[in-house]
Design a protein around this ligand. Structure first.
Ligand SMILES: NC(=O)c1ccc[n+]([C@@H]2O[C@H](COP(=O)([O-])OP(=O)(O)OC[C@H]3O[C@@H](n4cnc5c(N)ncnc54)[C@H](O)[C@@H]3O)[C@@H](O)[C@H]2O)c1
Ligand SMILES: O=c1ccn([C@@H]2O[C@H](COP(=O)(O)OP(=O)(O)O[C@H]3O[C@H](CO)[C@@H](O)[C@H](O)[C@H]3O)[C@@H](O)[C@H]2O)c(=O)[nH]1
Length: 470
């Protein structure tokens, strides 16, 4: 058997990964027809929106969809048809942390992967290359293969590949256009290598050959968890050091700069913050912790768990510092939280540190003014309903969503910068100061404000990783 030349691709899951990834494949490979399917009708309708109000905010995404949609890129809820037509299928469904049962709170919930796999087996009338795009525990491909082989029709063969995605939200399109690497894992059999070559030739339309890495299936699956764990570990390391800075008068930006100058270390992912968020880091580390435990490696599990523990500590430390600084009480005080997304340039709020901060402020009976340039109001209420242990109606008496940073800061005692949106660099702090109660406090959870300038205006500024002794 020779490698199949891919003509039709189906992507199951039109989310943050499936949507942008396969839209870029369609753009870069006009000879391939790409259909992205989802069970969620509203999501597919938004992808097909005539005014391009897409379900995801991602810089550059609209241009990609405008160029390819209707040409060789299609969004549909007809899952079975897209599976039947395709010769290569990406499985890009969600793999959240399990909420109940064995491994609750740690293991990945593989129910969506299993349902999608069973659907592929059930409806396929011809052979397919099935590609794990979702982030999954090591050896998930084996379970997929068992399910596919046990349910396949005569004459249908399934080759499974692992092709984890490394894009970061907010820079997804740039990351997809020029990835550091594309990783493809396959069985080291002739069939496995042929399937790998088929997928490699899709990416080779725009990714330089030396950046397409081909490895064994299990290495590929584990590499994804490893990459996220090690990236998050850097943030927890710098955040742990930020606590020492606050107590000693050292400055975390200076420490990060000095450390990152070492070419063995590099200067990326060393920005101290109020804590990492996003749908991946915590979930994937907990997944690695669970994997280590099931492999009877408790020391390894404890090592990785500490990265998440440190992150929780950072968030809690930050909200405590706010309360301590505001004379040990924020009851009835107005606190402006600028930013609700987990990072700039995305509307995604999953595991955002802002949610934890607002939860803590609400528990202290503060009034919280929220502003984010991209997160829709409905999403903020959904997140707060889920995270604050009181009825939403009660939360709505304490939290107000605003349409601008200036409006959110009016009559506040303190401003919290929770997301590093570029527009927060342009805030007219003199104007903000005029409308705040005095003393006026700013707590910079992202290290973006000009501390001397704000201090000169009259603000009392507290930054992560900078102590009062600075
Ligand atoms: N978000 C990221 O930046 C990112 C980056 C790299 C990897 N990942 C991984 O990629 C996977 C997907 O993440 P996401 O953020 O895109 O999730 P998401 O929740 O945004 O999207 C998943 C989509 O799959 C759909 N779906 C689930 N089961 C289905 C089925 N049987 N048939 C059709 N559609 C189905 C859901 O309706 C949903 O729209 C996860 O494993 C995640 O860990 C995410
Ligand atoms: O120096 C830094 C860098 C990031 N962050 C925070 O870390 C979180 C995650 O940021 P980032 O990694 O940029 O975004 P994600 O979209 O979560 O991307 C991560 O998770 C994806 C999903 O698995 C992977 O594909 C990416 O490679 C990996 O970077 C955010 O809250 C950031 O604010 C910091 O606090 N300091």
């Amino acid at each position: 058997m020779a490698p199949v030349q891919v003509k039709k691709i189906c992507c199951i899951g039109a989310g943050y990964v499936g949507g942008p990834t396969c839209a870029v494949i369609a753009l870069k490979c006009p000879q391939i027809e790409v259909t992205i399917v989802d069970l969620n009708q509203a999501r597919i309708d938004a992808w097909n929106d005539k005014d391009f109000n897409l379900p995801i905010y991602e810089p550059g995404l609209e241009d990609v969809v405008r160029a390819a949609r209707g040409r060789n890129l299609f969004f549909s809820t007809e899952v079975d048809k897209a599976i039947q037509d395709a010769d290569l299928i990406f499985v890009s469904v969600n793999t959240p942390t399990k909420k109940g049962g064995v491994g609750a709170g740690f293991a990945a919930d593989l129910n969506y992967i299993e349902l999608a796999t069973r659907q592929i087996a059930k409806v396929s009338n011809s052979s397919k290359i099935v590609v794990e795009k979702s982030t999954v525990p090591c050896r998930t491909a084996e379970s997929m293969r068992t399910i596919l082989e046990a349910n396949s029709k005569p004459g249908c063969r399934f080759d499974i590949l692992s092709n984890p995605e490394f894009l970061a939200e907010g820079t997804a399109i740039d990351d997809l256009f020029a990835p550091d690497r594309v990783l493809i894992g396959s069985l080291q059999t002739q069939e496995g290598k042929d399937a790998c070559e088929s997928l490699r030739s899709v990416y080779a339309n725009w990714v330089p050959t030396e950046r397409i890495l081909t490895v064994g299936l299990w290495s590929s699956e584990l590499s994804k968890l490893a990459a996220n764990a090690m990236l998050a570990q850097r943030i927890s390391s710098i955040n742990a050091l930020s606590a020492i800075c606050e107590a000693t008068g050292a400055n975390i930006d200076e420490v990060a700069h000095a450390v990152g100058y070492d070419s063995r270390m590099g200067n990326k992912f060393l920005k101290a913050s109020v804590g990492f968020g996003g749908s991946c880091f915590q979930k994937d580390i907990l997944n690695l912790v669970y994997l280590s435990e099931t492999l009877h490696l408790p020391e390894v599990a404890a090592y990785w768990k500490q990265v998440v523990t440190m992150n929780e500590h950072q968030k809690r430390r930050f909200s405590k510092r706010v309360v301590d600084t505001l004379f040990n009480t924020i009851t009835g005080k107005r606190i402006a939280v600028l930013g609700f997304a987990f990072k700039a340039d995305t509307g995604d709020t999953r595991e955002s540190a802002a949610i934890t901060l607002i939860r803590d402020f609400v528990a202290e009976r503060a009034i919280v003014n929220v502003y984010d340039p991209k997160v829709v109001e409905e999403q903020i209420w959904l997140d707060l309903e889920e995270s604050i242990p009181q009825p939403l109606a009660a939360t709505k008496k304490q939290v107000v969503i605003h349409k601008s940073a200036l409006e959110a800061c009016k009559n506040a005692e303190a401003v919290i910068i929770a997301t590093e949106w570029k527009e927060f660099l342009q805030i007219d702090w003199t104007e903000v100061y005029k409308h705040m109660n005095k003393p006026a406090f700013v707590f910079d959870g992202r290290l973006i404000v000009d501390v001397p300038k704000l201090t000169e205006i009259g603000f009392k500024v507290t930054s992560i990783g900078r102590g009062d002794k600075a």
